[in-house]
Design a protein around this ligand. Structure first.
Ligand SMILES: [Zn+2]
Length: 316
């Protein structure tokens, strides 16, 4: 167990309050400008280290259990270390327990700001350690969050680790609890401030990627991801899917959203979904696709990806 994980395990879970930490200090006097940090690039090796921490050191991360709380603590601590303001959005589960979303925002970027949401769910079914589903997606989100923290983007990114994506005990349709809670909590008119949402959910298996969506709303996030994959020389194709991942609640609210994944993966939700299934080449391909998407953003994208909100017509 690494020191970072050990420290994470000592901090409160979803039901607790994160330990406040000092924001990154700026050295020197007021007349000196601190050099902008230049983090090293995201890498497949780094992603695999996060996959190991989540799927091997922590293991099963069923929403509402200690495993999920430990994962939330680990992700929270890392995102703070990278220089983000991290908040927890707690949410109730049908069985009366609770879990949370872990949300990382660049200081100054928050509700009311045009932004991208790039997320991945950290919970698992009770049946397996969820290395590919979905420590792989969380690992890609974390590596990108670190590497892109100080990059100037036309549209800033909010990085989210969603809780409770997997099917819960309870009524039919008790899934995607974290992304549903996120969308439900948006203030009136704020759906128009999220210019696009990407869900990374199983990105480490097989040998190609798929870009999916419900196909019911604006498809610009899908088109941009496919273009980024083509430009990076990474095999990727489109498949319209049912409501299979955290992109669903965003799409249903009219937000352009897409689901990046490795296509059908027979070991999902089984005890065999271990780190041995997560391929470095696939993780690297996922990094390249999302980085291409980010590099392709232009100054006008806050208006192009989604028109400005009309407060009276927006779902809340
Ligand atoms: Zn999943």
């Amino acid at each position: 167990m690494g020191l970072a994980l050990l420290l994470a395990l000592l901090t409160p879970g979803c039901s607790g309050h994160p330990i406040p930490q000092a924001s990154p200090s700026r050295s020197g006097t007021a007349t000196q400008v601190a050099p902008r940090p230049q983090p090293s690039p995201a890498s497949a090796e780094e992603v695999l280290a996060y996959v190991r921490a989540l799927s091997v050191d922590i293991g099963i991360r069923r929403a509402g259990t200690a495993g999920a709380d430990r994962a939330a603590d680990f992700i929270d601590a890392k995102l703070r270390e990278f220089g983000y303001e991290v908040t927890r959005q707690s949410l109730g589960l049908p069985n009366g327990k609770a879990t949370c979303n872990v949300i990382a925002r660049t200081p100054g970027v928050g509700p009311g700001t045009y932004r991208l949401v790039i997320g991945a769910h950290f919970d698992t079914m009770p049946t397996g350690p969820g290395a590919n589903d979905n420590a792989s997606g969380v690992g890609v989100v974390m590596s990108l969050a670190r590497a892109w923290r100080y990059r100037d983007l036309p549209v800033p990114v909010e990085w989210v680790a969603f809780g409770g994506e997997e099917r819960q005990e309870g009524p039919v349709g008790s899934h995607h609890m974290g992304s549903r809670a996120y969308v439900a909590a948006l203030r009136p008119g704020e759906t128009g401030r999220i210019v696009a949402m990407l869900s990374l959910d199983e990105v480490g298996a097989n040998s190609a990627h798929e870009v999916s969506s419900l196909g019911s709303g604006p498809q610009v996030a899908v088109q941009r991801l496919l273009a980024a994959a083509a430009a990076a020389g990474v095999p990727a194709s489109y498949r319209k899917t049912p409501d299979w991942s955290d992109n669903g609640p965003f799409e249903l609210a009219g937000i352009p959203a897409a689901f990046l994944w490795n296509g059908d993966y027979p070991l999902f939700h089984t005890s065999k979904d271990t780190i041995a299934q997560v391929r470095e080449s696939q993780v690297l391909a996922a990094l390249r696709i999302v980085e291409g998407f980010l590099n392709g953003l232009g100054a006008a994208d806050a208006q192009i990806l989604q028109p400005p909100p009309t407060p009276t017509a927006q779902p809340s």
